[in-house]
Design a protein around this ligand. Structure first.
Ligand code: 13P
Length: 342
């Protein structure tokens, strides 16, 4: 696969102040989300909910790509159009989550390594046939008293690079996602250190495994105070530390950085992204690849009721527009209020 094509896809995903909708919840995770709104996690309910998201009118104005799950990439809209084709016809790039989840890491208490490398070459080939143009693999790094261990960081960085190489070989843009969790009472300084160490290990492995960085995207956490820390950094501090961290360790050849929301409230995720982009021009484009921060209000508005489909779509569109404004550095709390009520 020509690097040129990978580079063009990566750039397209972060162009026009657009970002990515992560709708790749595994069957277990979507069940948790549905439990929260009292909806049964049947295949038809999962399909119907994803159709609600993907058919929101005008979604393509602020969303460049959607990450799908294995079940979803094989499903179709009610009119029979396969989801990947429906998205592509609107100009939204279909992507696919290809990891098989974070599993306990041997000899490392409470830490995980993400699995899914065995047979990955063949699975990627199938996903390309189904219309995917980019992929995602999420590694999880937890901050605790004596963790993360070097072992956990090294094992996850290695797996991320093996995945990225197979993706590029198959013609898919790999989204490299090493998530340092925000759970815990740690300070923002500690998050900075762990994020920097993790990213340094990841880029060292990507280099070793001959990845063409121009045909990749990074999906990191922001540098944040731990959820249980009494001292919560505001958007300006988050932006300053996040950018400083990336300047130290993320090569300028990487075309774009698309943040995960990681449990931030939807408005906080927009406020922080806005502050990051308001800080001026950077070597990479800085956008979003949010799951919860885009979908939470939509799930709440829908609640599994057909009569609420429109309201669910309006709620999604609102968050997508707010985050698109944040990519441009033009988001504000006032803008949130101006939006039409769902
Ligand atoms: P959140 O934005 O909900 O963290 O999800 C993004 C994602 O795709 C995690 O892998």
């Amino acid at each position: 696969m020509a690097l040129q094509e990978l580079r063009a896809t990566a750039l397209e995903l972060v162009s026009g102040n657009k970002g990515i909708l992560a709708a790749d919840e595994s069957t277990g995770t979507i069940k948790k989300r549905f439990d929260g709104i009292g909806v049964d996690s049947t295949e038809e309910n999962r399909r119907g909910y994803r159709e609600l998201l993907f058919t929101a009118e005008g979604i393509e104005e602020s969303i460049s790509g959607v990450i799908l799950y294995d079940e979803t990439i094989r499903q179709s809209a009610a009119d029979g159009t396969p989801f990947p084709r429906m998205l592509a016809e609107k100009g939204v790039i279909p992507g696919i989550k290809v990891d098989l989840g974070a599993k306990p890491l041997a000899f490392a208490t409470e830490e995980t390594v993400t699995e899914g490398l065995d047979g990955l070459r063949e699975r990627l080939e199938e996903y390309v046939g189904l219309g995917a143009r980019f992929a995602k693999w999420r590694a999880v790094i937890t901050i605790g008293e004596d963790i993360p261990s070097d072992l956990c960081i090294a094992a996850n960085a290695h797996a991320l690079a093996r995945y990225a190489a197979l993706c590029q070989e198959a013609g898919l843009v790999p989204i490299v996602e090493p998530e340092v969790l925000m759970d815990g009472a740690h300070s923002i300084e500690r998050c900075y250190e762990v994020t920097r160490t993790t990213l340094r290990a990841v880029y060292s492995e990507l280099f070793l495994q001959r990845i063409e960085l121009e045909g990749t995207l990074l999906k990191p956490n922001m540098v944040l105070s731990g959820t249980d820390n009494a001292n919560q950094a505001g958007p300006e501090e988050v932006a300053e530390r996040t950018l400083r961290c990336f300047h130290e360790v993320v090569p300028a050849a990487v075309p774009g950085i698309v943040f995960l929301s990681g449990g931030q409230s939807d408005e906080t995720a927009s406020a922080n992204l806005n502050a990051i982009n308001a800080a001026g021009s950077q070597p990479w484009r800085l956008s979003f690849s949010y799951g919860r921060a885009l979908q939470a209000p939509s799930l709440q508005a829908w609640r599994g009721d057909e009569a609420n489909i429109r309201a669910g779509q309006e709620a999604l569109l609102h968050r997508a527009r707010m985050n698109s404004a944040a990519v441009a550095g033009r988001w504000s709390r006032e803008l949130e209020q101006l939006a039409p009520a769902a």
